[in-house]
Write a new protein. Structure first.
Length: 342
């Protein structure tokens, strides 16, 4: 199927609109919609927040009568079922649009081709596949959650130009600067969870929030803690009533330390026992559990052991790396991806 240069321009605009929903619509997909008459955009819309109106609805509201006979460009197949909102296919049919161009099909089982088929049955010209790769990229976390039932895993670290994340004494705070710190806080406000290992907590006592910016969402803070060592006096534990804290530990630790569990739970910390493999939390089992909770993306900020474990097991989807022009050197200085690698 061939598309004109104008078609591509309109879909690119729809993709730009879709990206505005990042951090507010999840676990829903980011979706943008453009309505065109006589080669000119007459209305636009995007999905703004989870549970709110979809992109098509906003665009149709903005178009009024101009939607009749118009072309509609949308980054994802319109829904055709009743969920938190009515079907978008019904709204498009009622508006009398002539043509709908979707970037890609929606893999969600309630839609999965049925949305476009409903439009065809209503006599609307339907085309699909325009800028599909770009549409898949923007909604990669949503698509992974739908297809694999696991969240998108983002590894994040700062390193020196020679690949070290700390010096031989473990000092790392000065590798990246204030702009990078603010960017990390923004990322934390766009994901479902931020994950670290207990070593990072014991060394740095982090808060792991997006407090330097206005976060779009409140991420759960996850600590991998096989022996259940999270101090009740840590900033994470003391702030559990303000933002969720989940301590992922071993079943053996829960049996051995019931008092530690009770103290943490009294503070509002969730203690989540999972199976272990070779003294480490089974990360695949953890991702399965987060998928069941409809978490679509996780930012991993752990040290080299945690980052290396995700990487070595093939569980990472993306890496965001800050590289300082400094040289650290040192045989004992840690690198970002410890462990056996791939």
């Amino acid at each position: 199927m061939s598309f004109s240069a104008a078609d591509q321009r309109f879909m690119r605009r729809a993709l730009q609109l879709a990206a505005r929903g990042r951090g507010t619509v999840e676990p829903n997909p980011m979706v943008g919609c453009v309505i065109v008459r006589d080669e000119a955009i007459v209305a636009e819309g995007h999905h703004r927040r989870f549970g709110g109106p979809h992109a098509e609805v906003y665009a149709l509201r903005n178009s009024g009568d101009r939607a009749r006979g118009a072309d509609v460009f949308i980054t994802l197949e319109p829904c055709c079922h009743y969920g938190k909102t009515p079907p978008c296919t019904d709204a498009l049919i009622e508006a009398g649009v002539a043509r709908v161009v979707a970037a890609m099909h929606d893999p969600y089982h309630e839609v999965a081709g049925k949305g476009l088929e409903a439009l065809r049955r209503a006599g609307i010209r339907v085309e699909c596949g325009l800028l599909a790769d770009e549409a898949e990229a923007i909604n990669a976390p949503y698509l992974k959650l739908r297809r694999q039932r696991r969240p998108w895993v983002i590894l994040k670290w700062a390193q020196s130009i020679d690949g070290k994340i700390a010096d031989a004494k473990g000092r790392s705070r000065w590798i990246s600067g204030e702009p990078a710190r603010r960017l990390v806080h923004r990322w934390r406000g766009q994901v479902d969870a931020v994950l670290v290992g207990i070593g990072t907590v014991l060394a740095d006592d982090p808060l792991l929030t997006g407090r330097l910016v206005r976060p779009r969402r409140v991420a759960a803070r996850i600590v991998l803690d096989t022996r259940l060592r999270l101090p009740p006096g840590s900033r994470l534990a003391r702030s559990a009533s303000e933002a969720p804290v989940i301590v992922v530990t071993s079943r053996a630790a829960v049996r051995a330390h019931p008092g530690r569990r009770r103290r943490l739970e009294r503070l509002g910390v969730e203690v989540l026992p999972l199976r272990t493999t070779g003294r480490r939390i089974d990360l695949a089992a953890l991702l399965d559990e987060l998928g069941r909770r409809q978490m679509s993306n996780v930012l991993v900020e752990g040290g080299g052991d945690v980052l290396g474990e995700f990487f070595g097991r093939g569980l990472a989807d993306e890496a965001r790396i800050f590289v300082s022009p400094r040289l650290l050197g040192g045989r004992g200085a840690p690198s970002a991806l410890s462990g056996p690698g791939q």
